[in-house]
Ligand binder design. Structure first.
Ligand SMILES: Nc1ncnc2c1ncn2[C@@H]1O[C@H](COP(=O)(O)OP(=O)(O)OP(=O)(O)O)[C@@H](O)[C@H]1O
Ligand SMILES: [Mg+2]
Length: 258
């Protein structure tokens, strides 16, 4: 990303302190960062470093204790009300009694979109995430990886400018995860949303991202911003490339002693 990027997400000195009965927990400590429109970035760090907290702040699911956020030039609340966000969580959170196509179009149903338009959109989304023909199945008839694709399709149904993903593939086996990483890049190249992807896997962050925000825990601080200049489109062959290994090793070194 160059300095001329249009900032889509701006955090200025954001601090998040959770108040609990026992004591306060400083989860995010004075984090400032900019994410460009259409950029794919990862938030990378060990458990407890504040990744989910940062994502929830960006999504206006939490309000910061201090500092400011700007999303597409407005407040996070305004961005949420304008439906700028699609969110994908670690577990797909699907409704088992609704068919796949009805899970995918739930946000559109809540917006009052007509049934005909919803079903048309479902077909497009099923095709986009590689699930054509599965719309009439129920979530429990699908594998974990397929369920996560449904969750991605649902998040994309409102055509969000920003896709926030919190460890979406961490419950999957290595093969499915690598495959879905490739699929996610294919989907992203079609929809061109800004993506903020949370992970504690260094290889996953390197494979996917334009830039990686490296976080350190207790309290959660931004410890480095790493550019990933690997060419796109990125395919599975990249996983055997020396440049890929080198970036992984460089980032791993940054965690020494964390
Ligand atoms: N609702 C809450 N109340 C109190 N403390 C919290 C709350 N949510 C998170 N924390 C604390 O804030 C810190 C950051 O938590 P967060 O969930 O953001 O980390 P994370 O990087 O997403 O971790 P993981 O990789 O395990 O998901 C942790 O110390 C956690 O215990
Ligand atoms: Mg988390």
């Amino acid at each position: 990303m160059t300095l001329t990027m249009v900032p889509e997400i701006e955090l200025n000195d954001v601090t998040m302190k959770y108040r609990t009965a026992a004591s306060d927990v400083l989860a995010v400590d004075h984090v400032s960062l900019n994410i460009g429109k259409g950029e794919f970035v990862s938030l990378l760090g060990p458990s407890g470093c504040g990744k989910t907290t940062l994502l929830r702040l960006m999504a206006d699911l939490l309000a910061p204790s201090d500092g400011t956020l700007k999303i597409a030039g407005r407040s996070a609340k305004e961005a949420r009300l304008a439906r700028k966000y699609g969110i994908v969580f670690q577990s797909p959170v699907l409704y088992d009694w609704r068919k796949v196509k009805h899970n995918i179009t739930l946000p559109l149903e809540m917006m009052g979109v007509s049934k005909a338009a919803r079903m048309q959109k479902a077909e497009v989304l099923l095709d986009l995430v590689g699930l054509s023909g599965f719309g009439d199945k129920y979530p429990w008839q699908l594998s974990g990886g397929m369920q996560q694709r449904v969750a991605i399709a649902r998040a994309l149904s409102i055509e969000p400018e920003i896709l926030l993903m919190d460890e979406p593939f961490s419950a999957l086996d290595e093969f499915s995860r690598e495959y879905l990483n490739e699929e996610l890049l294919r989907i992203w190249s079609n929809v061109k949303s800004t993506v903020v992807f949370v992970t504690h896997s260094i290889p996953e962050a390197v494979f996917l991202s334009d830039r990686i925000f490296v976080l350190s825990p207790h309290p959660g601080r931004l410890s480095a911003v790493v550019d990933i200049p690997l060419p796109r489109p990125r395919t599975k062959e990249l996983r055997n490339h020396p440049d890929y290994f080198k970036l992984i090793a460089d980032i791993r070194d940054r965690f020494e002693g964390v």
